[in-house]
Design a binder for this molecule. Structure first.
Ligand SMILES: [Ca+2]
Ligand SMILES: [Ca+2]
Length: 382
């Protein structure tokens, strides 16, 4: 049985240690744009990834005639905190156990989805939702934290959602994924560039946050990022051999359980599932562990460094991933995932970015050890 943990106090009154210990080790040129370090599989097609670091060979000129303009609201006012929005720091106690992580039937072999291997985990807590804009704003107001997208001065957003004015200032895109544009002034408060805002999206997931930003938030909240093994266990919610948290059909009976790209990627998004971009963090039915949007909506950072080598020969006990690496693992896919381009909205699927990377479809949620539940959370039995 899971226990619902609700926030009983106001986070902004709390003082956490750790925010100052956030490591901003990146010293890359803020003028750098994305590299496309994809595996070369035609189907994966770089639909999911873009890293901040790059070289000039991975950039291409933007052909304005190929872009499908969609004007965003020309309101540059800063976001207002919606006090009515229910706080998102609710946590679910996930009872530990042994499960099958990964798959022996990989869609993207180069991603290291295979092999299936047994993993055992102790009990842990998982945020019920992706971290919302409202919650992230409390963190920023409490700490004056500056995200890496704000420090670098840009982040990646999709051309389809940008205003013509914003696109007119961009001259380069990501090679092999020209829908990804480095947008000056794009950050969590301005997801589609300076002329956009989050005023009516405070209950949507925060985006344009790097792994370093996510780590800082979780530490401030007295939590931590989930390991990949924890994240996938929580995603599956007891269904080891299924593609999605609820089964193998994406929309059984015509009902949608998550937000991906519907229509023809990248030029047409029908919004058939209700959303063309992000959705509120409590939209769509939760999985059997009462966790929302584990697949779809936004990608979620995990604490693990990236590797594609996994041993099927041993039972992995609470694996933490490699000790070091270049990229961090992200899970779950996003509203930009289409089956033809980025069929990664499956529990076993995975992808990676450098820890300083940020984008319009990348967010996170936090976890906590069973014995390290933040003191400001009070237990309420469901
Ligand atoms: Ca959608
Ligand atoms: Ca998600």
């Amino acid at each position: 049985m899971s226990k619902l943990i609700l926030c009983g106090f106001i986070l902004c009154l709390l003082s956490f240690n750790g925010i100052n210990s956030t490591s901003h080790t990146c010293s890359k040129n803020p003028e750098d744009t994305s590299a496309c370090s994809q595996d070369g599989e035609s189907e994966s097609g770089c639909g999911c990834q873009k890293n901040r670091e790059t070289d000039s060979s991975s950039r291409v000129d933007v052909n304005e005639n190929q872009l499908e303009p969609e004007a965003s609201e020309a309101d540059s006012s800063s976001a207002n905190f919606d006090a009515d929005f229910p706080r998102t720091n609710q946590m679910i106690l996930v009872e530990g156990g042994t499960y099958t992580m990964g798959t022996d039937v990989p869609i993207f072999v180069a991603d290291g989805e295979a092999p299936a291997r047994r993993v055992e985990l102790p009990d842990f807590y998982m945020d019920m939702h992706e971290v919302s804009n409202a919650e992230f704003e409390v963190f920023v107001e409490d700490t004056e934290y500056k995200t890496e997208a704000e420090s670098f001065g840009d982040s990646f957003a999709m051309d389809l959602f940008l205003s013509q004015a914003t696109k007119s200032k961009i001259s380069q895109a990501v090679k092999d994924a020209p829908w990804w544009l480095p947008v000056k002034g794009a950050n969590w408060r301005h997801p589609e560039g300076p002329d956009s805002n989050i005023e009516n999206r405070m209950n949507h997931p925060v985006i344009h946050v790097s792994w370093n930003d996510a780590k800082a938030y979780c530490e401030w909240a007295g939590k931590r990022l989930p390991t990949e093994a924890e994240w996938e266990y929580a995603c599956r919610a007891g269904k080891d051999d299924r593609l999605f948290p609820w089964g193998n059909k994406w929309n059984p009976g015509g009902k949608y359980y998550g937000n991906i790209w519907t229509g023809s990627f990248p030029n047409e998004n029908t919004g058939e599932d209700g959303y063309r971009t992000t959705n509120p963090v409590t939209e769509f039915p939760p999985n059997a562990f009462e966790l929302f949007n584990m697949v779809g909506n936004v990608w979620e950072w995990t604490s693990d460094w990236w590797t594609i080598r996994h041993s099927p020969l041993v039972v992995h006990s609470n694996p933490q991933g490699p000790k070091n690496g270049k990229d961090k693992v992200k899970k779950g896919g996003s509203f930009m995932c289409h089956k033809d381009y980025c069929y990664r909205y499956r529990c076993a699927a995975r992808s990676q970015n450098t820890p300083d990377s940020s984008a319009q479809n990348l967010g996170f949620r936090c976890a906590a050890d069973k014995k390290k539940l933040p003191s400001y959370l009070e237990h309420i039995e469901l």
